[in-house]
Design a protein around this ligand. Sequence first.
Ligand SMILES: [Zn+2]
Length: 409
Amino acid sequence: MSQLSRVLERINAEEVVELTRSLVRIPSVYRPGEPGANEAEAAAFVAAWFKSQGLPVEIQEVAPGRPNVLSWIGEKGPGQRCLLLEGHTDVVTEGDPNAWTSPPFAAEMRDGRIYGRGAADMKSGLAAAMIALVAFKRAGVTPGGKLLVGALVDEEDAMIGVRHLVGSPAGRELDAAIICEPEENELCLEQRGVVWARIRARGKMAHGAMPEAGVNPITALGALLRQTPGLEKRLRKRCERSRYLRPPTVTPTIIQGPPRGVGAPQSNVIPAIAEMTLDVRLTPGITSEGIQAEIEGLCREAEAGLPGVKVEWEPVNAFRLATKVDKSEALVKAMVHGVRKATGKPPRYGGVPGSTDGTILRMELGIPIVTCGPGNRLIPHQVDECVEANEIVDAAKIYAASALKYLEA
Ligand SMILES: [Zn+2]
């Protein structure tokens, strides 16, 4: 029997489903300041599970109660590769539990689907990666390199888990990564990027009855707001058109005058400062400098239109540019092969609408990433989030078959 058949034989559908349900039952929503509301319990479960399977475990203490958990099989010898199957243990808030058909952390099964917060994003993808790894161990097949599974923290917020990983020895030895996010098991070679620009206009405070005595920063933001459709148009010209990604967008999401912490708003006071945030989504083709210059230009224009006002901006979090890998990459070829072997069908391709931990791996390490995992890509963060059981099993097989192929080279 081939190595691949031996590994795939060790992937048990029921076990994949039950592991997913166990993970969904742990409510790993991160709520700052609330004791125990973090990834600690989910991470401990993952670590204990790997240990119970006789696999090694590395814990990276990223922040208190927020550890990355790593496990692996094989080692990266000279000329060999290291592949990461990447998942995250945090989930977004369940919102109003009464809005759900069944309790959000009950992991109820209905019609071949698991329901619950994190079912798709991404306890199922993580479970599939865990099962793929252990299948090698059980089959007695050591890959021709190192296969690593990472259950990271904080993907849904500032991505401190993956930022920690890329700076650690385990991160530095990576050659490629499969991001196990919900993408209907499509091979996603492109991801949209995001830049949040916080723009601050400073004017001069004055009485609302005597506006001539002040400089109104809100007026400057108004001018800037009118320029955003123009910016969107320019970005659409500068960035690549993609078959799989929606075109760039520029969306104002926050506007405040005065901003929180800088004083209380009052109906008869022109504030000294007003602030707004633009949520800018990108496709590949623009650099950090390129997007920086565009936003800078917008600020200078608003400033020029209103003497006495100063307009500055800063990015909220670091830039996360769009990512793209070529079909000629060894990882992509291995995954095309893996999908065929695991499902008997040719792969379908897709694109990731937002940024993921993969964005950081691509930007910081320059390694190729492919996003592929179980679950509908539109369902995360919604009420009644769910995942098809069959898709999770397919994902586990795709990960195992792709890893075997990628690491044998
Ligand atoms: Zn996710």
